[in-house]
Write a protein of this length. Structure first.
Length: 149
């Protein structure tokens, strides 16, 4: 499939946690042409970082074929982790620069595999600053946390 023939998808993701660790949720708002899709879920005992990662993993896994994807996240942890830090973690056997185990390594590995199926452009957006896509993803993440009760 050529890049020109790949479907384009814009994805907004967010995670939420009531206590950290605590009850958490993840939210995804996807846009492709005239199509819109909302996704959310939650866990009873988790962290905000795990929910941020889960949102992106769930979004990418939901795509049925290779796509050109722009992901907007307010998590520098996720954006920098997948675009900058992951290569060093892998080179060091999933250890940080100070030789500690990488937190959430299994989720980073799932994200790397999910991302490899698509042409992904990562973008950071300031959270809680009025960006409509981020606000929608935030509301869905909070819904996921609420429904995790």
């Amino acid at each position: 499939m050529t890049e020109a023939s790949m479907p384009s998808v814009v994805i907004y993701t967010d995670g939420a946690c009531k206590g950290n660790p605590g009850r958490g949720g993840w939210g995804v708002w996807m846009i492709s042409g005239e199509h819109r899709k909302e996704m959310w879920g939650g866990e009873m005992l988790t962290t905000n970082n795990r929910m941020e990662l889960t949102a992106v993993i769930q979004a990418l896994r939901s795509l049925k074929r290779r796509c050109k994807v722009v992901i907007y996240t307010d998590s520098e942890y996720v954006r920098k982790g997948i675009t900058e830090w992951i290569m060093g973690w892998k080179r060091r056997g999933w250890k940080t620069a100070d030789n500690k185990p990488v937190k959430n390594a299994e989720l980073w590995q799932e994200l790397e595999a999910a991302q490899a199926q698509h042409d992904v452009d990562w973008r950071w957006v300031r959270g809680h600053a009025g960006d409509p896509g981020n606000e929608k993803a935030d509301a869905l993440a909070n819904r996921g946390a609420e429904e995790a009760r």
